[in-house]
Design a protein around this ligand. Structure first.
Ligand code: HPA
Ligand SMILES: [Zn+2]
Length: 335
């Protein structure tokens, strides 16, 4: 497909985003504006110097800088502004539904109350729904580099806000912190009736995906690209139709793949897997959702049908009701 047509198609089709960390949408300009508003000194001279630091050799190098950025978020208004900036982006990119992650521990461990975080994010989500019809779910993630006890106490802290949350997830450093470490907390999550999503098979081995499915009962795997190493796992994922929320530009920036041309997305689709495209931490990885679609479509020479399939999968894999899923899938049929 010619590039202009591809760009126009990607822009025009309704899409859902299912793997997006709200703290990862924090653009350097907003980091500096909020640092000034909150009187917090930053160790970078300015926006350009901060952007220049975004060269990562692996996930951990990214996480170290990403948690620093979040340090300037203090007040409800800060969380509102951060979330609203992303939702504006959704409006521009025709993202009609989004399921956002946030990391409660990143904030509560700095002394910011969970209520401040949740109220700020939720007010922005409510405003975007009212003003632009964008629907959303919020999914707290536990930080896997911290202990399971910490995850359990965080989960208990979240329960008074339970109506705001669709499910719980697991993120941060995958190497050295396998899913087996979090069996108890995810049993509690399920017993309280929440959905389960888990980051697995990003840097870690395919075994982490098996364990997320079988021990944590994950309904969706975030990333999951290392499944490409394990033919039995590919068969199982295809059989169960377990969605993978794939993030191509994230994988490139964190050197999970050396070149987008080597990205396994197309092979995953060909293996019958319910893969979706997402932006993960777009302020850090060089592109929001449509750019992920565009660059991947070009590098892997995706067809129009494959692009439409990815958009369709984004709704199928979402936590929307069957009725809402069908409504969007019917709209996609017009393209
Ligand atoms: O892609 C990710 N992986 C693990 N932890 C994260 N926290 C934000 N983004 C990520
Ligand atoms: Zn992620």
């Amino acid at each position: 497909m010619p590039t202009e047509n591809l760009t126009a198609l990607i822009q025009a089709i309704p899409k859902a985003e299912l793997h997006l960390h709200i703290e990862g949408t924090f653009e350097p300009e907003l980091i500096f504006a909020l640092a000034e508003r909150n009187n917090i000194p930053l160790k970078y001279a300015g926006v350009e110097a901060l952007r220049k630091a975004y060269e990562f050799k692996n996930l951990q190098e990214f996480l170290d800088i990403y948690y620093q950025g979040a340090d300037v978020l203090l007040h409800e208004q800060d969380f509102y502004d951060l979330t609203m900036a992303y939702l504006n982006r959704c409006r521009q990119e025709n993202i009609v539904h989004t399921e956002l992650f946030f990391d409660p521990q990143t904030h509560t461990h700095r002394g910011v109350a969970l209520k401040t975080v949740v109220s700020g994010i939720q007010k922005a989500l409510d405003d975007a729904r009212e003003q632009w019809g964008i629907t959303s779910f919020l999914i707290p993630n536990f930080l896997r580099h911290l202990s399971e006890e910490d995850a359990i106490s965080t989960f208990k802290e979240c329960l008074p806000f339970r109506d705001y949350f669709a499910g719980f997830g697991l993120d941060s450093s995958e190497l050295g912190h396998p899913p087996t470490k979090f069996e108890r907390v995810f049993r509690m999550v399920r017993e309280e009736g929440f959905r389960v999503v888990v980051h697995a098979g990003e840097e870690g081995p395919a075994q982490n995906i098996w364990d997320s499915l079988n021990l944590l009962h994950a309904e969706r795997i975030d990333h999951g690209v290392r499944s490409i190493d394990d033919p039995e796992l590919l068969k199982e994922l295809a059989k169960r139709q377990t969605p993978l929320t794939v993030c191509p530009l994230s994988n490139l920036k964190l050197k999970v793949v050396d070149d987008l041309k080597d990205h396994p997305l197309k092979k995953l689709l060909n293996a019958g897997i319910m893969a979706t495209v997402n932006s993960d931490d777009p302020a850090y990885f060089g592109g929001y959702l449509n750019q992920n679609f565009r660059e991947t479509a070009e590098a892997l020479k995706l067809s129009k049908e494959e692009i439409l399939k990815l958009a369709k999968n984004s709704f199928k894999a979402s936590f929307l009701s069957e009725h809402e899923k069908e409504r969007w899938i019917a709209e996609l049929a017009a393209f």
